[in-house]
Design a protein around this ligand. Structure first.
Ligand code: KG4
Ligand code: ZN
Length: 364
């Protein structure tokens, strides 16, 4: 079975072709990072214009790379939500038109179901039950997954998502967008114990996160540092002009390493708490922030000490991509084919705030 996946929920236009629900034949990702970099975050209007221009060539490139034609496709999967409504609508309208024109079934996929499904790409033997930590630019969620495709929400962020926090701290230091990769790289040269930034809600017995406190702490630390350097210009959420000295570079890297340490500490400790509470047999870490090398290392160590496997998709399947959407679509289609045929899919609508518990429950 060949599945065409389409993802346009935020700032990546992506199309993928999967064989048998898990073999990636093509996964084309057209990133808009250079368009949004100047603004330090995604500008919805620009994202929509870019999706409109890119969707057709990206789908064509995926078909060419997979060496198949549209007629060979058995199923189409597309992100339905959550995400930017205009961006979602572009992928959804394109996918609906294709499904209608070709007479193929169409599955609307929850974006976070897609992120978790990335762990099944190339390897379907994932131990259940598992705890999934979904950390991206828009979400920091913990789920208990008793079986593939079922999500019981254990916790979520009460304010900023972890990735959003990386992006905002990077913006304060004019490091461009997205902030996660550059913070991760510079933090390698810093001391993670240099500054103690807060780890919110650690003593509470719940499994929620809060990252706005650490972001505010970095901001006020930077204001103090800027005073030290004899300047206090903090405009449009950026610290400017930046000092120009080797000592400042070291200070900046120490700040970033200490900030990253605080975020990783919170993510790892709550995930471990979730595993202990649920007696899960594995941990999955997915979403763009799962690319973070310190998070990967620390979570792998924590899993080792608990004797549990920790599953991370390869980095290219952690950030937004259509292969994960196709994997989720293929799984849901196999479980309940009649739900996704014409004309039922004509009612599919973009849902910018779609909840994970609104995904169709799958029993296998
Ligand atoms: O999953 P994703 O591509 O998009 C959303 O669904 O939001 O995640 C993007 C987020 C951005 O906030 C980006 O800064 C963050 O993932 N990210 C990272 C790293 N690579 C990407 N955060 C920390 N460390 C990284 N290496
Ligand atoms: Zn995502």
């Amino acid at each position: 079975m060949l599945t065409l996946g389409i993802e346009t929920s935020c700032d990546e236009t992506s199309a993928a072709v999967l064989a048998d629900g898990h073999d990636v034949l093509a996964n084309i990702i057209s990133s808009q990072h250079s368009i949004h970099a100047a603004y330090g975050g995604v500008v919805p209007e620009l994202a929509c214009r870019s999706h409109t221009q890119n969707i057709r060539p990206v789908v064509e490139a995926a078909l060419v790379q997979a060496d198949v034609t549209l007629r060979d496709i058995d199923l189409i999967g597309v992100t339905q939500g959550p995400g930017l409504v205009g961006a979602l609508l572009i992928g959804l309208s394109f996918a609906k038109s294709l499904a209608y024109g070709l007479g193929k079934p169409l599955v609307g996929v929850h974006h976070l179901d897609g992120h978790v499904s990335a762990i099944y790409l190339g390897d379907e033997s994932v131990p259940c039950p598992f705890v999934a930590l979904v950390v991206s630019g828009g979400h920091s969620d913990l789920y208990y997954c008793p079986q593939r495709g079922r999500y019981d929400v254990l916790g979520r962020t009460r304010d900023d998502a972890a990735g959003e926090c990386f992006d905002k701290v990077a913006k304060m230091l004019s490091l461009g967008y997205p902030g996660g990769p550059v913070v991760n790289r510079l933090a390698e040269h810093g001391n993670p114990a240099a500054i103690h930034f807060p780890r919110a809600m650690q003593r509470r017995n719940n499994l929620d996160f809060s990252f706005s406190g650490v972001k505010a702490a970095v901001r006020s630390y930077l204001l103090d540092v800027s005073d030290l350097h004899g300047q206090r210009i903090f405009q449009d959420d950026s610290f400017w002009p930046l000092p120009d000295s080797p000592q400042w570079e070291q200070d900046r890297n120490d700040i970033l390493a200490s900030f990253q340490e605080a975020v990783v500490d919170a993510l790892v400790s709550k995930t471990i708490r979730a595993v202990e509470q649920t007696k899960a047999e594995a941990i999955a870490v997915v979403g763009g922030v799962a690319c973070n090398t310190v998070l990967r290392r620390r979570m792998a160590l924590a899993g080792e000490s608990l004797g549990l496997p920790v599953l991370f998709p390869p980095p290219i399947l952690c950030t937004d991509n259509a292969a994960m959407i196709a994997a989720a679509a293929a799984f849901r289609y196999e479980a309940c084919r009649e739900l996704y045929q014409y004309p039922a899919f004509l009612d599919l609508d973009a849902c910018p705030n779609l909840g994970i518990s609104e995904t169709v429950s799958v029993s296998t």
